[in-house]
Design a protein around this ligand. Structure first.
Ligand SMILES: *Cc1c(COP(=O)(O)O)cnc(C)c1O
Length: 406
């Protein structure tokens, strides 16, 4: 039996242990550890309070109205129109809902289908490092080569080094996948950083792919700038987002990708044979939500942003008080913290001991890096924590973290 192919995928995704066995992901290991020890789980990034009741009612109403068979392959027209209108309203983009929008099973499927459609053996796919874990797996499934540009910590947050960015692009660069607001660091890339990436992509005739699932979750008045709005990125950008994070319904898995019709058609060709379609009734609920920004849904998202900013502050203050060095995130569900000042050089080791030491679970940032990379080495002592948990939970985490110092 030939089984090498999935081993390539597992290797590409960093899921193979040195012995060649498929390693449990650190995410699963840490969730198990939290369950076993009763520690506060600040590892996995999902809200512990659901999104608004009126959207649950809308999903139930869609089921009762009989929207229970396969929706159209590109997604229901109402949702494609709502996505196009959303992009116009927020960013001034003109999007044709008929040919330039594809609804997907969350952002995850949009990312996988895009990479599988547009990159293959001999092609290079560039991402920022650290990166969301599905990127490496999808690039490996496509048989393409993964190259990265490091996001480096400095006194004013994480930034891309322009020389690193220039050096990462080659004649083989087919795709550059840019995630902002950025998981795990919470960085919102600046217009200057995005412009450089767009210009470098244009110079190599590479397609730009964006992951903007946290587009509405930015703090302190910082604004998210979609790459598709920059002149150098025009005509070569696929924009990916999803309802999961903005509406606190991560299980609904309604995502979308929009961009030039020929690129969207290529992605659809692959998507057709991954899931074909997904989340039928939820597409109706999300279409209603995106069209309700002046109503209860808009109010909900504004309230979520304010409350997440407060919860960010609570967790950042607890981590600082415990002796970590943090970088205050301008967006997302996450903050990263350096444990080196506390005397811990290896975050993997620290995360295994954190339940006992502080009653808390986090994820080592190296889990978002290529095994043994320079970036992984540089961020060896950093841990990612989520603050998308109730305040009472974050207070309990704060009490535990305070023990680290004592
Ligand atoms: C959560 C997340 C996703 C996945 O989005 P879904 O819509 O749930 O598939 C993609 N990218 C990043 C950076 C995320 O944090």
């Amino acid at each position: 039996m030939r089984t090498e192919r999935w081993l390539d995928v597992a290797r590409g995704a960093g899921l193979l242990s040195p012995s060649g066995a498929v390693a449990q992901t650190i995410f699963a290991e840490m969730s198990e550890l939290a369950a076993r020890t009763g520690a506060v789980n600040l590892g996995q990034g999902f809200p512990d309070v659901d999104g608004p009741e009126h959207l649950k009612d809308a999903a139930v109403a869609a089921i009762r109205a009989g929207h229970n068979q396969y929706p159209p392959g590109a997604g229901i027209p109402q949702l494609r129109e709502a996505v196009a209108a959303h992009q116009g309203r927020h960013y001034g983009l003109t999007v044709d809902p008929g040919t330039e929008v594809l609804v997907t099973a969350g952002a995850t499927e949009a990312i996988a289908a895009t990479i599988l459609a547009l990159a293959g053996p001999g092609d290079e796919v560039l991402t920022i490092e650290p990166y969301y874990d599905s990127y490496a797996a999808s690039i490996a499934m496509a048989g393409a080569t993964h190259r990265t540009i490091a996001l480096r910590p400095g006194p004013d947050g994480f930034h891309l080094d322009p020389d690193d960015a220039r050096a990462a692009f080659t004649d083989r660069t087919r795709l550059v996948l840019v995630n902002t607001p950025h998981n795990p660091t919470g960085t919102v890339l600046t217009t200057a950083e995005l412009t450089l990436l767009a210009e470098l992509a244009a110079a190599r005739d590479a397609v730009i792919v964006t992951d903007e699932v946290y587009e509405h979750l930015t703090y302190d008045g910082v604004r998210h700038v979609p790459l598709a709005t920059l002149p150098a990125a025009a005509g070569r950008t696929l924009t990916i987002s999803s309802a999961g994070k903005s509406l606190s319904f991560t299980g609904w898995k309604v995502g979308w990708v929009h961009g030039p019709a020929e690129l969207v058609t290529a992605v659809r060709t692959v998507k057709q044979f991954l899931t074909y379609v997904a989340s039928g009734p939820f597409q109706y609920a999300v279409a209603g939500a995106l069209s309700d920004e002046d109503g209860r849904t808009g109010e909900y998202v504004t309230g979520l942003r304010t409350s997440l900013q407060e919860r960010r502050d609570l967790l950042v203050e607890s981590l600082d008080a415990a002796g970590f060095v943090t970088v205050r995130p301008a967006g997302t569900y996450f903050v990263v913290a350096d444990a080196a000042p506390l005397g811990f050089d290896d975050a993997v080791d620290l995360c295994r001991r954190l339940p006992e030491l502080a009653g808390v679970v986090g994820i080592p940032v190296s889990a978002f890096c290529a095994a043994g990379s320079a970036t992984a080495q540089g961020l060896r002592s950093w841990v990612r924590f989520t603050y998308v948990k109730r305040e009472s939970v974050l207070h309990r985490a704060a009490e535990g973290l305070a023990r680290l110092r004592g």
